[in-house]
Design a protein around this ligand. Structure first.
Ligand code: FNR
Length: 380
């Protein structure tokens, strides 16, 4: 196997091994993909401040996120259809996260179910919830998450309608995939993926299939989502969920200071500054550029997390410097999974951890808890 030195190497491998329909689903943003690209690019604009002649022999990246001890301030972001990047993908990613000592978040739109993850892991994981029109189904999902020992509920607020991703439209994205000649020919060129899929029964939406009308006859993902997800979602619904869920509540998809203040009033324990990985409102600012104002406005009252464009341990350090208690990785986990299954997710975490540890040292820090804005050059 070729040497995997950085997250980009995992991306290149995943592209070779995952059928185009699912690789494109992961590696795309909405419309012009401007926000998707800005998420990564804006990290590069921030410059780190090197310090020398400081004792950096013993170092620690340990901290907490939403009350959970973490080996580094990184968690796995919820991503739909993860089990289509690799057979049993959510189970493999959850196991890798558990072994590494960071939280795994399962998406509502996962292939493996809440119960599958509970059976495969021993530590509590987090569950991400979408607000759907069928409130009875949502209530049952919350109960299932509680029964499965989930310690945090992550409520996603930025996807009541779906941002168009051109590639998904062109590929006719569906689950299970439509077996058109074009798709069959493409899958036949990915034998590892095919063998994995033949070896598992988990090829449909584990949390949703059989529970929600229309999923068995869906023609396209986005059409189905637009019918099932509730565009009337308001802060009253957040209050309803806050009342029903006794554990930590994390609100995902905050980009605006005013919304961050409303999130604090809703009784949430944390907010995630996120633009859904550039998959929803194209033209929105990158997450790292939206972070400082939100951290400044509400960081003293609530934990502020961020995601979008984190591709290295240096990005983790920069986000931490700008007020994020922790970050989430979506695509780096998906690339790892598509490239090499559980070993690939572990590799992605090792790469990010090593980069974070070494960068901290170059900047003269030994404890992630003590890193603040002074680790960045003021002009950057
Ligand atoms: C996502 N994201 C997402 N978010 C969510 O709350 N529920 C979901 O089901 C999904 N599904 C999903 C699928 C795919 C393929 C991607 C790439 C992303 C958004 C995700 O949680 C996170 O916000 C971004 O992935 C962060 O950006 P990076 O790390 O991918 O750049």
């Amino acid at each position: 196997m070729s040497v995997v030195a950085c997250i980009e190497d995992l991306r290149v491998l995943a592209k070779k091994r995952v059928p185009r329909m699912f690789y494109d689903y992961a590696d795309s943003g909405s419309w012009s993909e401007g926000t998707y690209r800005a998420n990564e690019r804006d990290f590069q604009k921030l410059l780190l401040r090197q310090r020398v002649a400081v004792d950096i022999e013993r170092r620690s990246t340990r901290t907490t996120m939403a009350g959970t001890d973490v080996a580094m301030p990184v968690a796995i972001a919820p991503t739909g259809l993860t089990g289509m990047q690799h057979a049993d993908g959510e189970i493999l990613a959850a196991k890798a996260a558990e072994k590494f000592g960071i939280p795994f978040t399962l998406s509502t739109m996962s292939i493996c179910s809440i119960e599958d993850i509970a059976a495969a892991t021993t530590r509590p994981f987090w569950f991400q919830l979408y607000v759907m029109r069928d409130r009875g189904f949502m209530a049952r999902l919350i109960d299932r998450a509680e029964a499965a020992r989930c310690s945090a509920l992550m409520l996603t607020l930025d996807l009541q309608i779906v941002g168009q991703r051109h590639k998904d439209l062109r590929n006719g994205l569906s689950v299970p995939p439509k077996l058109s000649l074009r798709n069959l020919a493409n899958m036949a060129s990915k034998p590892r993926w095919c063998l994995g899929m033949l070896g598992t029964k988990r090829r449909n939406f584990g949390n949703v299939f059989g529970h929600v009308e229309g999923i068995d006859t869906m023609r396209s993902m986005s059409e189905w989502t637009n019918r099932q997800f509730d565009p009337t979602l308001s802060w009253e619904d957040v209050a309803w969920i806050r009342k029903r869920w006794g554990g930590r509540l994390i609100l995902k998809g905050i980009q605006d200071v005013e919304d961050a203040r409303l999130a604090v009033n809703s009784g949430a324990d944390a907010v995630i500054v996120s633009n859904h990985g550039g998959r929803q409102l194209d033209g929105a600012p990158s997450s790292i550029s939206a972070l400082p104002a939100i951290a400044e406005a509400v960081g003293h009252r609530i934990e502020v997390h961020m995601d979008g464009g984190v591709r290295s341990g240096q990005d983790v350090l920069k986000a931490r410097a700008l007020g994020a208690r922790g970050v989430y990785i979506g695509r780096p986990m998906l690339y790892g999974l598509g490239a090499m299954g559980e070993a690939g997710v572990t590799r992605a975490l090792q790469i990010i951890h090593r980069e974070l540890d070494l960068t901290m040292a170059f900047c003269g820090h030994t404890d992630i808890e003590k890193v603040d804005a002074r680790v960045l050059l003021p002009s950057s």
